[in-house]
Design a protein around this ligand. Structure first.
Ligand code: DX5
Ligand code: ZN
Length: 217
């Protein structure tokens, strides 16, 4: 399991200190970008990512919840994104956008919101390093995981195997140590956790609790 804590739940007045708390315990940092259009909320853009980049060696996992993300790929790559996740629902030609991300030297990934069927991603799997199954409606941290979404991750995991690919399956929204066993059993190997990690008094202990769940399976 790779853990990707979502910065959305961190203290926005102390982002550098928040990242430092988890720097040596996790594999990725999840950066949620919202445009007030694709989702009904605003978060931050490339300038915040660029400002944080010198302070972390973590893989920057940038989740773009923005309409027509093709307009901003270059900006996020330049800001320091290692992986860029676009939403299937946000663009007319996801295949082209995924190819562009790869050409830029970043790791391409594609997300589906709770109302989108996993099958739409089948033809795109060869173009991705990771698929993201949203387990809440995108836009806000701190929501409850929708259990039905986990079945979609299993459908994708099976299809990835059938196509003989090595594509990671990420889940995002409402995940913490309490429901992590179900998440992992569904075939997910990259876990986003916002409030469960940065909402905890000691984020490193929240991460340790998640590792303990994995080890108990
Ligand atoms: C939701 C974001 C998530 C969110 C996760 O739109 O994509 O990454 O911040 O936060 P929690 O873990 O609190 O649901
Ligand atoms: Zn996210």
């Amino acid at each position: 399991m790779k853990i990707s804590p979502s910065l959305l739940a961190a203290d926005f007045a102390n982002l550098q200190a928040s990242v430092a708390k988890i720097e040596n315990t996790v594999e990725m940092l999840h950066l949620d970008v919202m445009d007030g259009n694709f989702v009904p909320n605003l978060s931050f853009g490339p300038n915040v990512i660029e400002a944080l980049r010198p302070y972390s060696k973590l893989f920057f996992d940038v989740h773009l919840m923005i309409e027509r993300p093709e307009r901003y790929l270059e900006a996020f790559r330049k800001a320091g994104a290692d992986g860029i996740t676009i939403h299937y629902e946000s663009t007319e030609n996801p295949a082209e956008v995924l190819k562009t991300i790869k050409e830029m030297g970043a790791s391409p990934a594609i997300a589906i919101s709770p109302d989108t069927k996993p099958e739409v991603l089948f033809p795109l799997l060869p173009l991705c390093d990771m698929v993201l199954v949203m387990t809440v409606y995108p836009g806000f941290g701190g929501q409850k995981l929708i259990p039905a979404c986990l079945e979609k991750a299993t459908v994708l995991k099976n299809e990835i195997e059938r196509q003989g690919l090595s594509v990671s399956v990420q889940a995002d929204g409402g995940i913490g140590a309490a429901n992590l066993a179900d998440v992992l059993k569904a075939g997910i190997n990259v876990v986003v956790a916002g409030s469960a990690v940065f909402g905890a008094e000691k984020p490193e202990e929240a991460v340790a609790a998640m590792r303990a769940v994995e080890n108990s399976l």
